[in-house]
Design a protein around this ligand. Sequence first.
Ligand SMILES: CC(C)(COP(=O)(O)OP(=O)(O)OC[C@H]1O[C@@H](n2cnc3c(N)ncnc32)[C@H](O)[C@@H]1OP(=O)(O)O)[C@@H](O)C(=O)NCCC(=O)NCCS
Length: 181
Amino acid sequence: MSQSQRALTFRFLAQPTDVNFGGKVHGGAVMKWIDQAAYAAAVGWSGAYCVTAALSGLNFVTPIRIGDLVTVQVTLVATGRSSMQFVVDVLARDLRAGEERLATSCVIVFVALDAADGHPVAVPRWQPHSAADQALAARAAELARLSKAMEQAVLAARADGPFSAPPADPDPAGTGTHASA
Ligand SMILES: CC(C)(COP(=O)(O)OP(=O)(O)OC[C@H]1O[C@@H](n2cnc3c(N)ncnc32)[C@H](O)[C@@H]1OP(=O)(O)O)[C@@H](O)C(=O)NCCC(=O)NCCS
């Protein structure tokens, strides 16, 4: 993907090997397609090796059936120094009925790394010019802000250990009074 091309599309059939226990496409398979398509877009834009940094707003709207024609659409909506933010839509088409529906969407952030030392490297900037691109970039910026707030909340919650560990009992002796710091 050259700098003049900020969108990329993968298109393929949902295979029997993608099935989940309910007979539809496995959510993990959809996440892999998203990651692969966005990886290709990120490397194409930056010309560097890239890693996934964050995924937000992931929504499974409708299931994908085995045999559906799947389209994964990736569009660059913001660049930082070394990071690139993409919106991803996964569409599914029933080939017999012909109708296409939105199956999944999300926002994904990739970071370009230097091949030699593995540190983040600068990526070409993308400037939204059209009103539609500016609106998309503004929406992506708002989602990034919300995602950052969520990450901070998770970090705070696991400050004392794994996220799933129960919080410390503020009144371990059961006296009805809470110990204060
Ligand atoms: C992503 C990673 C390279 C960032 O490294 P780092 O030492 O935090 O580097 P920096 O603090 O300089 O951040 C680099 C960029 O990543 C962005 N970034 C880092 N974490 C982020 C997050 N959770 N959400 C969005 N952006 C993030 C920073 O904002 C910064 O962007 P900018 O250069 O455009 O301003 C590092 O955390 C990493 O390697 N994570 C694991 C990646 C991985 O294993 N992915 C799955 C397999 S590919």
